[in-house]
Design a protein around this ligand. Structure first.
Ligand SMILES: Cc1cc2nc3c(=O)[nH]c(=O)nc-3n(C[C@H](O)[C@H](O)[C@H](O)COP(=O)(O)OP(=O)(O)OC[C@H]3O[C@@H](n4cnc5c(N)ncnc54)[C@H](O)[C@@H]3O)c2cc1C
Length: 380
């Protein structure tokens, strides 16, 4: 892999300070409390609206759709700060990270004009409908099917583990539109489903913490108009793969438990605990290397390069790293994890421990990513 070494410009450093001031102010004002894994489990539509007012949703998108045409690296800085401060950005995360880029690349003019300005204003959230009760890693085996009718399609089936679908307006869904043939990756299409529409039932599945997070979604004779088919019929697999590159390489694959590490370091500094700080420094060094890798992938993505293999690398090593932070801290400090504690280390430790099992599963399991890495290396 030949990833670029990205240097931030003076404007980008200033932008980071601007984002920090915004987040610090909102913490001081009590708008939100820092938490771990906030990008996926901290859903707060009213905070997303505040982010939108700053012009920070869809910031890389064309001005014609309400974006600011800023760089991918600017967006990287923004997301990094959201994660470091544990801000509740989950409501708009999928729409900003992957639905917008998907529509910009494959969507019709109607879809771009209808959805993108609403996403940018923080008024339209998306869920991801890939997994099914009998289909996860082997995604091409999805059984949710659509039959052609006048003016659209009738969809039947079930999706599962759909994060934040209870707060979302729409879901991008992978559906079988042609009977299963010899090549199972063919005959799949991407549909946008209105989650408030007739025939859609959303049933919550709770996290280990007890919070609502992901959902089962039952689709019972749901009508999807032709204009809600994304891209080309039958090309859903290839379009979905393009989306995964955005999904796998971002800072959210490294920083889900960063608020815990940061807080521990602050407390160790106050206590002048040199032994503890030495342990923490090892984690920071590892974090820094992963971060360089992840920024390098962001830059290649911006330039339109192929990143499937490095993105799989970032996700597979990055998520193991974010899992390791609570494990090491738990053994290092004499603290008891408690979700309801006023002590931030105790609270962040509890959040991290209870969320960590999902890090290496969501967005593609580590084992599946190792397969991509092995094949990528063999192909060279
Ligand atoms: C927190 C969280 C949020 C999620 N959010 C969403 C969402 O918003 N939308 C959505 O669609 N899905 C979501 N998912 C689902 C997630 O994408 C799937 O759980 C994941 O793809 C694995 O699928 P599975 O659970 O069916 O496991 P399986 O595919 O059944 O895998 C079971 C085990 O077998 C291993 N395995 C499978 N295939 C291979 C292989 N070829 N080689 C080696 N080992 C293999 C896996 O690594 C795993 O250990 C979420 C999951 C989590 C944990």
């Amino acid at each position: 892999m030949n990833l670029p070494n990205v240097q931030f410009t003076e404007e980008q450093k200033q932008f980071r300070q601007e984002v920090r001031s915004f987040l610090k102010q909102h913490i001081e004002d009590g708008t939100f409390e820092t938490r771990c894994d906030s990008w996926l489990s901290g859903s707060d539509p009213s905070f997303s609206k505040l982010v939108a007012e700053q012009g920070w949703i869809g910031m890389t998108w064309p001005k014609q759709y309400g974006g600011s045409e800023r760089s991918t690296i600017d967006r990287y800085i923004l997301t990094e700060e959201f994660l470091a401060f544990g801000a509740p950005v989950a409501a708009h995360w999928f729409a900003d990270r992957q639905t917008g880029p998907l529509l910009l690349r494959f969507g019709t003019d109607y879809q771009k004009e209808f959805f993108l300005p609403k996403i940018v204003k923080g008024e339209c959230f998306f869920a991801i409908g890939l997994s099914e009760p009998n289909s996860g890693s082997d995604l091409a085996s999805v059984a949710t099917r659509a039959e052609k009718v006048e003016g659209g399609w009738i969809v039947n089936g079930a999706k599962t583990w759909s994060s934040n679908a209870h707060d979302a307006h729409y879901m991008v869904t992978l559906i079988r539109t042609e009977p299963l043939g010899e090549k199972k990756h063919e005959g799949l299409s991407q549909f946008i489903i209105d989650l408030k529409g007739e025939g859609v039932t959303i049933a919550p599945i709770r996290y280990l913490t007890g919070e609502p997070h992901f959902n089962d979604i039952y689709l019972d004779n749901v009508f999807v108009p032709d204009e809600m088919v994304v891209g080309t019929l039958g090309n859903g697999w290839k379009q979905g793969l393009a989306e995964l590159a955005f999904e796998r390489s971002g800072p959210e694959r490294i920083l889900s438990t960063f608020p815990l590490l940061n807080e521990v370091i602050e407390q160790l500094k106050i206590k002048r605990d040199l032994v503890g700080l030495e342990e923490a420094t090892k984690l920071v060094a590892e974090l820094w290397s992963l971060r360089n890798l992840s920024i390098g992938v962001a830059k290649v993505l911006e330039e339109g390069g192929e990143v499937a293999v490095p993105a799989a690398l970032v996700k597979s090593i990055g998520t193991k790293f974010e899992q390791k932070i609570p494990e090491i801290i738990r053994l290092m400090l004499d603290v008891y994890p408690n979700l309801h504690s006023d002590n931030r280390v105790e609270r962040y430790l509890a959040e991290s421990i209870l969320h960590a099992p999902g890090f290496t599963i969501r967005g593609g399991t580590s084992e599946v990513l190792y397969g991509i890495l092995a094949k990528g290396v063999i192909a060279q």
